[in-house]
Design a protein around this ligand. Structure first.
Ligand SMILES: *[C@@H]1O[C@H](CO)[C@@H](O)[C@H](O)[C@H]1NC(C)=O
Ligand SMILES: *[C@@H]1O[C@H](CO)[C@@H](O)[C@H](O)[C@H]1NC(C)=O
Length: 353
């Protein structure tokens, strides 16, 4: 029985319209940890240890990659390059060293840090637990901790279940940086820098939360713990870094990088960097991994990146009016039900030529 070709044909039928791309490859994650493990089967070291001995950690790493990818797509949804995960396109993008590559690397490393740390807090990993005492790095001087400055009255101590960021940070580094640690070409240096910038974005925006104990909410005693921000917040911060990313070139000894031009101040550990200019992503180009913007929806009244002028690269756009079903004339019925009618609403859709 020759079932295979038929099945493949059926699958393609379903996949093609969804991705809207002629490469007919469904959604594909940026870096598939399982594939990484397969490729490094003969390696030793921390990466190999994770692959062989820590399957539940590996699962969290996969989740982290997905969290990062989804955030990237949210942040770039209205731009020419929309963080597409069409496999071949993404591979081409990742082989280069542009701002976009930098963002993908940073948000992925951040996602892995985030997911592993969260798993520790939730008690999903045997290797780690939440941070019950001093949040490492924050025990320091209580008076100096800005977040706590506001609450001067009463005593407080570290407690509760804080996010164990150091564990997530370390595992993200072990897994994502290990294969590159021995190289010192410019792309590798940039990649490692951006990975770290992503992880630091998680750690740097952690906040202190406290809970009051004491008679009738008197708050004479408080317990405080460190908590990660929402991943959206991290994505926003990294997007700002993307907008202000610094271009670098190899230094003379070839083991480091310096900013291009003498006036630009050197990037800090938190900044994103790149060594190659981006393409404009206007037209589809198989070689560079650009999908082009033809057929993308744009906003005809906006002057920004999502506006038709910029998004369509000056090619113009087509306008059509569609009717959309929406809920309307909703009524609250006693008790307790809401009933709506279904109305048709006109909506203007602009798509790039
Ligand atoms: C991203 O853009 C490509 C074409 O440029 C399009 O096919 C795809 O649907 C877009 N993805 C999203 C999530 O908007
Ligand atoms: C289009 O852009 C304008 C101006 O920036 C904005 O007010 C409007 O909400 C946008 N429309 C949509 C559908 O996003």
């Amino acid at each position: 029985m020759e079932m295979r070709p038929l099945l493949v044909a059926i699958c393609l039928l379903f996949v093609t319209p969804i991705t809207g791309s002629f490469w007919t490859v469904g959604s594909q994650v940026v870096m598939d940890p399982m594939v990484v493990c397969k490729k490094t089967r003969r390696l030793r070291g921390k990466l190999a240890d994770i692959c062989r001995k820590e399957p539940s950690l590996l699962k969290e790493i996969s989740k982290g990659v997905q969290v990062g990818t989804r955030e990237c797509q949210h942040q770039f949804r209205n731009r020419r390059w929309n963080c597409t995960t069409v496999k071949r396109s993404l591979r081409k993008i990742l082989l280069r060293d542009t701002r976009e590559t930098g963002y993908v690397n940073a948000i992925t490393a951040a996602g892995v840090t985030y997911a592993v740390t969260r798993a520790c807090t939730m008690g999903d990993l045997v290797e780690c637990s939440c941070d019950k005492r001093t949040s490492s790095g924050y025990k320091l001087n209580k008076k100096k901790n800005k977040n706590i400055e506001k609450m001067t009255e009463g005593e407080w101590e570290w407690g509760g279940c804080g996010d164990n960021i150091n564990f997530g940070f370390k595992k993200s580094r072990d897994f994502m940086d290990a294969p590159f640690k021995k190289r010192s070409d410019i792309r590798t240096l940039v990649k490692l820098h951006n990975n770290d910038a992503g992880r630091l974005a998680v750690r740097n925006f952690m906040r202190t939360e406290c809970k009051c104990h004491g008679l009738s909410g008197s708050c004479t005693v408080r317990t405080c713990w460190r908590k990660m921000p929402s991943f959206r917040e991290i994505g926003n911060h990294l997007k700002e870094s993307f907008d202000g990313a610094a271009k670098v070139i190899p230094s003379n000894d070839g083991h480091n990088f310096i900013t291009e031009g003498t006036t630009i101040k050197p990037p800090s550990r938190f900044d994103l960097i790149y060594s190659e200019e981006s393409q404009d992503f206007c037209i589809s180009n198989y070689e560079t991994g650009s999908l082009g913007t033809q057929g993308r929806q744009c906003n005809s009244t906006s002057q920004g990146v999502e506006g038709c002028e910029l998004l369509c690269c000056g090619r113009g756009y087509d306008t059509k009016i569609i009717k959309e079903k929406v809920n309307c004339q909703c009524r609250f019925k006693w008790c307790c039900e809401v009933t709506c009618k279904s109305c048709l609403e006109k909506k203007t859709i602009n798509t790039c030529r």
